[in-house]
Design a protein around this ligand. Structure first.
Ligand code: ADP
Ligand code: ASP
Ligand code: MG
Length: 416
């Protein structure tokens, strides 16, 4: 069996959905399980609904209207028969959303978030599954919550591998075409959970691992994994081959083309990962396997925007010692900061981090009672794997470097 993953960019509009048909016709669709994300930026749109509902904002009605309009426009263009069952199925999902918002009594934002945001994937898979059936590509729609089982950590749920593998192998049979949701799952209480933003790649890799799949193909709006994000760098090159370990490093440092958790489940079973273009499916793209570390062997650039560089020193200029560091880390953890770089000197300790959940102000207020704090907001963290002097100069040119750190293979620079 092969696993395909299509992301939001691939189904952001009518043309995108139709293009999936083209891809499947070109590469074949027997014995395949498709993991699909929400359409376009619909996860962000559903996040707005969750936020407006939870914090009782006036924008709730318009936020719901936004997602309705977006999906119904796509539906109207794909299904000419207004009596097609997809219309009532979609309506059922919207009724589910409204009933949840009326009946819910649980005041836990992360729980509420998962129950609401998960609808985006349920909707996209319903639409695409029906459309494929409509054009003659027969497939079975699967509720992924019957397959991927997790703990109760809403928004960052951890997979229960044993239960998941059992459920997947019972449910999925070879020689069929299945379509299911990325990103979402279910806990033992029967509530919906999510695996973290951009988690659909990971969902696909969970299926690949559990089914001992022949391969996982992630279909993208780029040629494959490039040596830099084309949104920020002009002359990018395709990486034809990458080892699992190199891919893990690239994803870890923030190459957002692959979700970091995707690689390990593939590596343990040596399942090849192909990253290919959904525009030109016949092109080779990138292969991630065991073996050749990086082909071609060129510097790879990764940028994380909108970081915070925090510099902490003691109020009395004494040394920052183990005890302070452990206290600082506990606070970073408590305030959900995602740390991407650390550096310490005798009297100060610096961290570059991502304030994913907007909690910096509270962290700052807590830290200032004990330490002297300096910080820069909105800085960028550049990482270059396999750097050379030319690559470093490219980043240093015209920018102010606030911090630099290097190991044998990797250099990181915090840039203002
Ligand atoms: P999807 O909706 O399919 O999940 P994403 O937008 O999450 O797609 O990922 C694709 C995007 O990842 C590309 O359009 C590109 O801008 C970005 N990207 C970041 N780093 C890289 C890289 N090293 N190689 C290719 N694309 C990259
Ligand atoms: N739809 C989810 C998100 O936008 C998961 C994914 O696309 O991978 O984060
Ligand atoms: Mg993505």
């Amino acid at each position: 069996m092969k696993i395909f993953k299509f992301g939001g960019a691939s189904v952001k509009d009518v043309k995108g959905v139709k293009n999936i048909v083209k891809v499947l016709e070109q590469v074949g669709y027997n014995d395949i399980l498709i993991v699909l994300s929400a359409m376009g930026k619909m996860t962000n749109a559903f996040e707005k609904i969750a936020d407006a509902y939870f914090y009782k904002k006036e924008s709730l009605t318009s936020s719901v209207e936004e997602v309705r309009t977006y999906h119904y426009q796509i539906l109207a263009a794909l299904f000419k028969d207004e009596n097609h069952e997809i219309f009532s199925e979609l309506e059922k999902l919207f009724v589910q959303l409204t009933s949840f918002m009326i009946q819910n009594k649980i005041r836990d934002f992360n729980f509420v978030y998962d129950q609401i945001v998960s609808l985006a994937e349920l909707i996209s898979t319903k639409i695409v599954s029906h459309y494929l059936n409509e054009v003659g590509i027969e497939n079975t729609w699967i509720d992924v919550r019957d397959c991927i089982k997790t703990n109760d950590e809403y928004r960052e749920a951890k997979v229960n591998w044993k239960e998941t593998e059992k459920a997947i192998t019972t449910k999925i049979k070879p020689q069929n075409l299945y379509i299911t949701q990325g990103f979402i799952a279910k806990n033992s209480k029967g509530n919906t959970t999510t695996l973290g933003r951009e988690g659909s790649d990971y969902s696909a890799s969970i299926f690949a691992n559990s089914l001992n799949a022949d391969s996982l193909t992630i279909w993208k709006d780029v040629k494959g994994v490039l040596n830099a994000d084309p949104r920020y760098f002009s002359a990018t090159q395709l990486l034809q081959q990458i080892s699992y370990t190199e891919a893990i490093e690239l994803a870890f440092y923030g190459a957002s083309v692959i979700h970091p958790k995707t690689l390990q489940p593939l590596q343990t079973k040596e399942i090849p990962l192909y990253v290919k273009s959904f525009v030109n499916p016949e092109n080779e793209g990138t292969t991630v396997t065991r073996g050749v570390n990086l082909l071609p062997e060129i510097p790879c650039f990764i940028v994380k925007k909108n970081q915070i560089l925090l510099s902490i020193s003691s109020l009395d200029f004494s040394f920052i010692v183990e005890q302070n560091i452990s206290e600082i880390f506990e606070l970073l953890h408590n305030f959900d900061m995602k740390v991407s770089l650390i550096q310490n000197s005798a009297i100060s300790f610096s961290v570059c981090m991502d304030d994913k959940f907007n909690q910096f102000e509270s962290l700052y207020n807590t830290l200032t009672s004990k330490f002297k704090i300096e910080y820069y907001k909105g800085v960028s963290l550049y990482t270059i794997r396999h750097f050379n002097s030319k690559a470093i100069k490219e980043i240093e040119y015209n920018s102010k470097i606030l911090l630099k750190q290097s190991t044998k293979e990797t250099i990181q620079m915090v840039v203002q």
